[in-house]
Design a binder for this molecule. Structure first.
Ligand SMILES: CC(C)(COP(=O)(O)OP(=O)(O)OC[C@H]1O[C@@H](n2cnc3c(N)ncnc32)[C@H](O)[C@@H]1OP(=O)(O)O)[C@@H](O)C(=O)NCCC(=O)NCCS
Length: 188
């Protein structure tokens, strides 16, 4: 495995680069082998193996997987579902910037889990999965508006990973988020 090509430098270049949609990143199906998946965080491995399909059936989260060339081995995955944000969960500077009214409940999408198998970590796949998720969510935002994409970093390392891509701390929570308006300026 040699990775996914030369890394572009600079965040805008990074986010706009078309290589992000190239590998097979598809909705989870029973045809794929999830049993060998190991990302180093048992909670995230177990989710893929035992809960993801149930969440898909009950419409509480969707899972997208990155597949190896054989079309069966899962190299990484992410999940998304709808969530919300209150005004208090947005930093004051952004409340002012977007003139968020005091009473409004804000829509958001949660990128609840993102994991790469240890065999493929450090080769650009985490970044690729993140960009795939954000591009799909950006498309959704053009049909039904929501304020932000929220993430749930599972560790300080995960927090550092998201920070690198412009996610900021959600006040009074361990979650982080990025305003959808930022995705507009990056992907349009
Ligand atoms: C976090 C995780 C998804 C990153 O995936 P990955 O494929 O190893 O990361 P990539 O190779 O795509 O790295 C992309 C960029 O992020 C950086 N990065 C990766 N992990 C990082 C970390 N923990 N802290 C800071 N930066 C990080 C890389 O250095 C790279 O930057 P560069 O292009 O400037 O070199 C992966 O390590 C993982 O699955 N960890 C266990 C589960 C987890 O923590 N999930 C996080 C969400 S809950």
């Amino acid at each position: 495995m040699t990775g996914y090509g030369k890394r572009p430098r600079g965040i805008k270049e990074l986010w706009r680069n078309n290589r992000f949609m190239k590998p097979s990143i598809l909705p989870l199906s029973a045809a794929y082998d999830r049993n060998s998946f190991t990302c180093g965080v048992p909670q995230l491995d177990n989710y893929l193996k035992t809960i993801a399909s149930q969440d898909i059936k009950r419409k509480t989260a969707v899972t997208f997987v990155a597949l190896d060339g054989n079309g069966k081995t899962i190299q990484g995955y992410y999940t998304t579902n709808v969530t919300g944000l209150s005004r208090e969960q947005i930093p004051d500077a952004l409340v002012k910037k977007y003139k968020v009214p005091p009473t409004i409940a804000l829509g958001a999408h949660l990128l609840g889990r993102l994991a790469v198998d240890v065999k493929f970590q450090g080769q650009g796949l985490g970044e690729l999965l993140l960009m795939d998720a954000l591009k799909r969510l950006h498309l959704i935002s053009q049909h039904s508006a929501f304020f932000a994409v929220v993430v749930d970093p599972i560790s300080p390392a995960a927090r550092a990973f998201y920070e690198k891509f412009g996610f900021m701390d959600q006040p009074d929570s361990k979650r982080m988020f990025i305003p959808t308006a930022t995705l507009d300026s990056l992907f349009n």
